[in-house]
Design a protein around this ligand. Structure first.
Ligand code: HEM
Length: 398
């Protein structure tokens, strides 16, 4: 077992390119027991076949109580009120997900196409004359945060605050693992969303918070704690991941000029291109589960109560799944990748993320045909969290 202090997950080279490490794990130790930088012991599962099976295996659960008693740090996370669908197992999961499900159905999401296109155009109008921008701060971040904030009912003036709080939250690990460290972002975000909900209770509107407050499913409303946690989940999941799809995806395209040119010359390839970019860049690298029984994966015995990390990014780069996996090939894109997970926790926002991705890449390539990196590729810096992989900034010129 590797120790936390010498964990490869801590190194700069891992952040710049985790795929070399994943390839080694897939070949040599496909269900490797390791210690994360924060001292938590996990099994890293890396082969496509095992990850896919794990995502669909009902013995691998989300709620730690269904696997074992939580430890002290884990209990702190639970006590802080994180109780939403991403942390729940059936039947709780079914109830929590069904309350938010309606708003994210493709039929509603597709009606937003024109509006999302307008937002993308306005963002590029603001930078076009300058001939350069930070693609993250000027485009990849404001696009999805504006969309999800409008859906939820967050006033436009508050979007930037979210950027800071949610960065803090992601860096702390609070979304993905019970063993997070507590940063100020979580408390500030919690207070803000509490006020937002109180305000919506007094003045109901045509938005998701009001819908969730009013939601009744088999006579069952969300508790205050569930409502708070669900709104925070939707806000964070609704933009952190999509920022990374757009940012990491553009970096991948800029580093594969033949693919970029192919997409520019043939915009009808946008749908397979987005699927391939999802497979290739993996905005969510890793998802967490607990073993509710003794199990065995790839010959490795994993005792009940163990914490598993299913490495979606490693699975999507498994040569047993796709030939030449470390090469971007936009014509090969298809939806069997696990970038949105599979099984009951399959990403609720996938139709929205796909639509935002399509509009973002198509608009960038159409309006900025000469777009190129304004720094050397090895100078781009990655954000600290490793479960969600994204860039701090992406300077481009056009
Ligand atoms: C490229 C963008 C996105 C990626 C790669 C992504 C990825 C994922 C993944 C991998 C999961 C499953 C986690 C697990 O199995 O443990 C998930 C769940 C979820 N995602 Fe996304 N997501 C994206 C965008 C969005 C958006 C735009 C929303 C909108 C609010 C969203 C909302 C959710 C929610 C609510 C869940 C929990 C579903 C459940 O537990 O049943 N995601 N996402």
């Amino acid at each position: 077992m590797t120790k936390g202090s010498d964990s490869p997950l801590k190194t700069v080279s891992y952040k710049a390119n985790p795929y070399t490490f994943y390839a080694q794990l897939r070949e040599e130790a496909p269900a490797q027991k390791t210690m994360l930088p924060n001292g938590v012991e996990v099994y890293l599962v890396t082969r496509y076949q095992d990850v896919q099976a794990g995502l669909k295996d009902a013995r691998l659960v989300k709620d730690i109580h269904n696997a074992r008693q939580p430890g002290i740090l884990e209990k702190l996370g639970i006590d802080l009120g994180i109780s939403n669908m991403l942390r729940a197992d059936p039947p709780e999961h079914t109830r929590l997900r069904s309350l938010a499900n309606e708003a994210f159905k493709p039929v509603y999401i597709n009606q937003m196409r024109g509006h999302i296109q307008d937002i993308a155009n306005q963002l590029l109008d603001a930078v076009q004359a300058a001939g350069r921008m930070d693609l993250i701060a000027d485009f990849a971040f404001p696009l999805p945060i504006t969309v999800i904030s409008e859906m939820i009912g967050v006033p436009a003036g508050d979007h930037q605050k979210f950027r800071e709080w949610s960065s803090d939250l992601i860096a702390s690990g609070a979304l993905s693992s019970e063993n997070f460290h507590l940063g100020p972002g979580l408390l500030q975000l919690g207070n803000y969303v509490r006020q937002l909900i109180a305000d919506h209770r007094r003045h109901p509107r045509e938005d998701l918070v009001s819908q969730l407050i009013a939601a009744e499913q088999d006579g069952d409303r969300l508790s205050d704690r569930e409502l708070l946690s669900t709104v925070i989940l939707l806000l964070i999941a609704g933009h952190e991941t999509t920022v990374n799809l757009i940012g990491n995806g553009m970096l991948a395209l800029l580093q594969a000029p033949d693919q970029l040119a192919q997409l520019q010359n043939n915009p009808t390839l946008i749908k397979p291109a987005v699927e391939e970019i999802l497979r290739f860049v993996n905005p969510v690298q890793i998802v967490n589960r607990y073993a509710s029984e003794d199990i065995e994966i790839a010959g490795q015995k994993i005792p009940r109560g163990s914490h598993l990390q299913l490495v979606l990014a490693a699975a999507n780069h498994d040569p047993a799944y796709v030939p030449d996996p470390d090469k971007l090939n936009i014509t090969h894109g298809e939806a069997r990748h696990v970038a949105f997970s599979q099984g009951i926790h399959y990403c609720l926002g996938a139709p929205l993320a796909r639509l935002e991705g399509e509009i973002a890449f198509a608009t960038l390539l159409r309006r900025l045909p000469g777009i190129h990196l304004a720094v050397a590729p090895e100078q781009v810096e990655w954000r600290p969290a490793f479960e969600l992989r994204g860039l701090k900034a992406l300077p481009v010129a056009f």
